[in-house]
Write a protein that binds this ligand. Structure first.
Ligand code: HGY
Ligand code: MN
Ligand code: MN
Length: 406
């Protein structure tokens, strides 16, 4: 018998969570381990306890809502994602997958389902990596890819320490990360890209996820007077940084599957009439093909070497490096089977964005379900997915969770 989630409640909760943790300018900024993040976490925990789930928080602040019905035994089916956001975020990224996971469990409870396995919905800490690098940190620690104490010692862009901030907001939990080992893992997420919409597909059965390389680059030149210093005598760190940006953009356009982004840049001394002595910026390189991603990294290294040859002091500090992952074919097939059953158009695809599934795939069979993003927009308040698509994706997640927990 085909079940369905409570769509009105899912949409209402998405709205309510989306209104939580906004700054004075009304921007959604539930950045990891901030007071705004605490507000979202508190709201989620209320909903989890209303559903009668066992709430378990681990030392890195991952929130688990566990349903252990009578007769269920063994490792759980975990449905996860995140509720921390980037700065000035949309309301769907991460939150949709967590709230849909809760809706799936509630629908199974209401229908009196008797799964042979427990189910858990998990909100992983610091998926975005905006304040503390790397991203997907909570799931990386849960997957054993980063030691808990090392993660808790991470210093943020604002000089704070993640562990102290989790203590401060009351989400430094007692459980050891990884205490709940997934039998399988499924994540529902808005695509955040243009493919499903352009292709007219309702569901994405995500079969792999691209590799990610994050670095922090510091270029040292020489501060000097903007008016008196002839161009030929300048050692302008700002211009050198601009050359790196143009180089990476060109390289990505010429390399199959590649993308490259310089998302943050800071000059010192940052004065209108002073040639920048220093440029500090981040580089985000991605490619579904590991070889090609290594090629992009090598090309950047060679370009930075060239700048050193011109007399610039250049340092490159790795911030995150994740290999491409391939998801579990049997779960991808279950996603496609549900879409067919529900007469939803569906296509296989690669994820351009990083996700917690990329980390959990290290310790359990995992896969993702995507629904379309209007205009392919995300990490932007204009992020939007039609209600019918949200509900379709959540019902596919319900089918897959029921099948995997039978
Ligand atoms: O960076 C990413 O792709 C994810 O949004 N953290
Ligand atoms: Mn996300
Ligand atoms: Mn994101």
């Amino acid at each position: 018998m085909t079940l369905a989630i409570d769509s009105a409640r899912l949409v209402a909760r998405l709205k309510e969570l989306g209104a939580t943790g906004r700054d004075e300018a009304g921007r959604l900024c539930r950045v990891a381990a901030t007071d705004a993040d605490r507000l979202g976490r508190d709201l989620l925990c209320n909903w989890l306890s209303e559903a009668g789930l066992r709430i378990a928080i681990d030392r890195i602040g991952n929130i688990h809502g566990v349903w252990e019905p009578a007769g269920a035994a063994g490792d759980p089916v975990i449905i996860g994602s995140h509720i921390d956001t980037v700065i000035d975020a949309g309301v769907y990224d991460g939150c949709y997958g967590v709230l849909a996971g809760l809706a799936v469990i509630e629908a199974m409870q209401l229908a009196g389902e008797k799964p042979s396995r427990p189910l858990a919905v998990v909100a992983y800490t610091n998926e975005e990596g905006v304040r503390y690098a790397p991203d997907m940190m909570g799931s990386l620690v849960a997957a054993g890819g980063l030691a808990t104490d090392a993660a808790l010692a991470t210093i943020g862009t604002d000089g704070t320490t993640l562990g102290a901030e989790l203590e401060r907001i009351g989400y430094a939990g007692p459980h050891e990360p990884g205490f709940l080992k997934p039998h399988v893992y499924v994540e529902l997420h808005v695509e955040q890209g243009p493919i499903l919409e352009a292709d007219g597909q309702a569901i994405g059965a995500v079969e792999n996820l691209q590799g990610i390389s994050w670095q922090k680059i510091t270029i040292g030149g020489a501060a000097n007077h903007a008016g008196t210093t002839p161009m030929a005598m300048r050692h302008d760190a700002g211009v050198a940084a601009g050359r790196v940006i143009a180089f990476l953009d060109q390289l990505a356009r010429e390399t199959p599957g590649a993308v490259a982004t310089v998302g943050t840049m800071r000059f010192e001394p940052n004065a209108i009439n002073v040639i920048p002595s220093t440029a500090i910026f981040t580089v985000d390189l991605r490619n579904p093909d590991e070889e090609r991603l290594q090629g992009q990294e090598a090309a950047l290294d060679a370009f930075l070497e060239r700048l050193r040859g011109e007399g610039f002091a250049v340092t490159a500090e790795p911030m995150a490096r994740f290999q491409p992952v391939t998801f579990a074919p049997e779960i991808v097939a279950a996603i496609e089977a549900s879409a067919t059953e529900r007469q939803l158009s569906c296509r296989r695809m690669t994820s351009g964005a990083g996700h917690d599934a990329q980390m959990i795939a290290r310790i359990a069979p995992a896969a993702m379900i995507f629904v379309p993003s209007k205009g392919g927009i995300s990490h932007n308040p204009a992020e939007f997915t039609a209600e019918s698509d949200l509900i379709a994706g959540a019902n596919v997640l319900l089918d897959v969770a029921r099948k995997l927990s039978r």
